[in-house]
Design a protein around this ligand. Structure first.
Ligand SMILES: Nc1ncnc2c1ncn2[C@@H]1O[C@H](COP(=O)(O)OP(=O)(O)OP(=O)(O)O)[C@@H](O)[C@H]1O
Length: 578
């Protein structure tokens, strides 16, 4: 392993490994600070996971003894916890792991040795997330095409190390055909970056759903939903909440197999003992009402709500509740699903209830709105989009529902059509290519018409749910709207442009001036036909442009996106799981 460093530097795949010694020491120090000062956050979570594993191994359901064991464990170093004993750290360093990583990721690395970077050949960049770049690469040992998710440790941000560690621990706990599998980790003793190795998946559901050429049949929708719910059932059975279910996190391979990906926001939960968790999770369009209303003791219902939004989107051909701010999102939910019942307000004791309780209740109109959907879908969508999370039941319940047990049945994944690449990155690449060709066409004075057509197709294929969309037109439009109406603190309910039901006059300070909005923004209530309409690329959730998200002061947080660092929760000094 001693030669890992020099080989890695030469490999070309990880150019960043040439970091200075001082930088590494600084990160170790900062990470060390976090692992002691913020131990509550990490400890609670990992202990929950510990407990679950213990429960599975012992078949024990007895709460008391487990509590006692948990307390004992706290006083001793635990190799699975974030602060492993020195000898284990020594072993891990000897195995080739960088010391700063072993200092905080004992459990995440346990039993694994790092793969060497020069055993992979990088082919292309295929994705970009908040904390990562994703590359398509060839595993030189097996010849397999893989995805390498490179976790960035920007500005020596210790938070990102902790979140990455949690993502690895959770991924290693899961093993299901509909959940993305972590195949290995790539790093070296000297490296400041880490690559997570996954099977390469050619599509994501957002890309397919947004493509105007693709219209799913009922058996195909059932096939995707069956896979999604099976993956969720597995996560929930292993006490993992995903907390960011959306089309772009549902990857699909060329055999039609769907895998739930991106566990960067996932968390362990204990169904028997409620722990407060942050409500700043789940991308806005897929975020359930209880989170918008400030709930911190939630459960599997949050992922089921997102699954309900996906089901609606697959059938409608467009996102069903594309809110642009948290307030507007809640209002869209009330208009479609009804406002919470008095009984629910009483029992849930939601922190933001007084702020968002409408004077007149909103009537639920899911069945009327989706009257053109196939009849067997209505009961399931009605259950998944229940306002009260308890009524959403479980993924196992959904899998037994008549949606899957009545004809037409779900098709087999292998019967799904083979689609051309539709990911956001592919769309961007096609766009760039079209632009390049157009420029070349201009230079030659021909072909302009043909290239224009290519570009138009590309623009419509952009997945609207991508709050992250880095495409310039989207960002520009979002900025425009952001300036007009993005400060959630000053928002009132309901958004006055949407509904005057609660009596905010149109001339109030919250009124949006239509002149400041792009001309294609529609404010009429949405009705859904079971037909696919072209996607509108502008309609991503709005917020502060993504680049500002990692502001340590926590003052530039994008409301549309869940917050991996949930800085605000910590600033307030709450003991809360992030
Ligand atoms: N196994 C894979 N195969 C192919 N593409 C992948 C794979 N994993 C991730 N990607 C691509 O990379 C993108 C970013 O990955 P991922 O969502 O895991 O990163 P992230 O930093 O957590 O992103 P986000 O900011 O959206 O939470 C995905 O949207 C997807 O298009």
């Amino acid at each position: 392993m001693g030669c890992v460093i020099s080989r890695e530097v030469q490999s070309g795949i990880v150019s960043e490994v040439k970091e200075e010694k001082g930088l590494s020491a600084e990160l170790s120090r900062k990470v060390g600070d976090v692992s002691t000062s913020n131990i509550d956050v990490g400890e609670v979570e990992i202990q929950n996971g510990e407990k679950q594993r213990e429960k599975e191994e012992n078949g024990s359901n007895d709460e008391q003894p487990r509590k006692a064991r948990g307390e004992r464990r706290r006083s001793k170093p635990n190799p699975r916890m974030s602060n492993p004993p020195k000898n284990l750290r020594g072993e891990q360093v000897a195995a080739g792991w960088p010391p700063w990583l072993t200092a905080v990721c004992g459990e995440a690395l346990s039993g694994w040795i790092p793969r060497k970077a020069d055993t992979f050949e990088k082919i292309d960049k295929i994705g970009q997330g908040t904390y990562s770049n994703v590359y398509k690469a060839k595993d030189m040992l097996t010849g397999k095409i893989v995805a390498l998710k490179k976790v960035r440790f920007d500005n020596l941000e210790p938070e990102s190390v902790k979140f990455m560690a949690r993502e690895i621990i959770i991924l290693r706990r899961l093993d299901h055909p509909n959940v993305v599998k972590l195949e290995g980790l790539v790093t070296s003793r000297m490296s400041l970056s880490l690559y997570l190795v996954f099977d390469y998946m050619v599509h994501d559901l957002a890309g397919l759903a947004a493509s105007p050429e693709i219209k799913f049949t009922e058996p195909q929708v059932k096939c995707y939903m069956h896979q999604l719910l099976s993956g969720l059932e597995h996560c929930h059975n292993r006490n993992v909440l995903h907390r960011d279910i959306k089309g772009s996190n549902l990857l699909i391979d060329n055999d039609g197999v769907l895998k739930i990906a991106d566990f960067g926001l996932a968390s362990f939960f204990d169904p028997n003992r409620k722990q407060p968790m942050t409500n700043r999770v789940v991308t806005l369009w897929y975020r359930p009402p209880e989170l918008l209303l400030g709930a911190t003791d939630y459960g599997v219902g949050i992922d089921l709500w997102s699954a309900g939004c996906i089901l609606g989107e697959l059938l409608a051909g467009k996102p069903i509740m594309p809110g642009r701010t948290e307030v507007e999102q809640l209002h869209k939910i009330y208009k479609l699903c009804g406002s919470p019942s008095d009984e629910y307000w009483k029992k849930s004791k939601l922190p933001n209830a007084t702020l968002f309780k409408p004077r007149e209740p909103y009537r639920r109109c899911i069945r009327e709105t989706f009257k053109d959907f196939p009849p067997s879908t209505l009961a399931l969508i009605d259950t998944l989009l229940a306002i009260d999370p308890a009524e959403r039941k479980t993924a196992s319940y959904a899998l037994r529902s008549e949606f899957f047990t009545t004809e037409p049945y779900a098709c087999d994944p292998s019967c799904l059509p083979k689609y051309p690449p539709t990911k956001e990155m592919d769309a961007k690449r096609r766009d760039d290519e079209a632009r390049r060709l157009r420029a070349a066409g201009k230079a030659h004075g021909d072909g302009a018409k043909k290239h224009h057509r290519t570009r138009e197709r590309t623009a419509r294929a952009i997945a609207a749910p991508e709050a992250n969309a880095e495409l310039q037109p989207n960002i520009d439009r979002r900025r425009l709207i952001t300036h007009a109406n993005a400060k959630s603190k000053s928002e009132k309910f309901p958004p006055p442009h949407e509904d005057g039901q609660l009596g905010y006059p149109l001339g109030s300070s919250n009124h949006i001036d239509p002149d400041t909005l792009p001309p294609d923004v529609s404010f009429v209530s949405t009705t859904y036909n079971y037909t696919k309409e072209p996607f509108q690329a502008w309609s991503g959730p709005i917020g502060v442009p993504k680049q500002k998200k990692h502001n340590n002061a926590g003052d530039a947080l994008d409301l549309s996106k869940p917050h991996k660092s949930a800085l605000k929760d910590k600033v307030k000094g709450k003991k809360i799981i992030v």
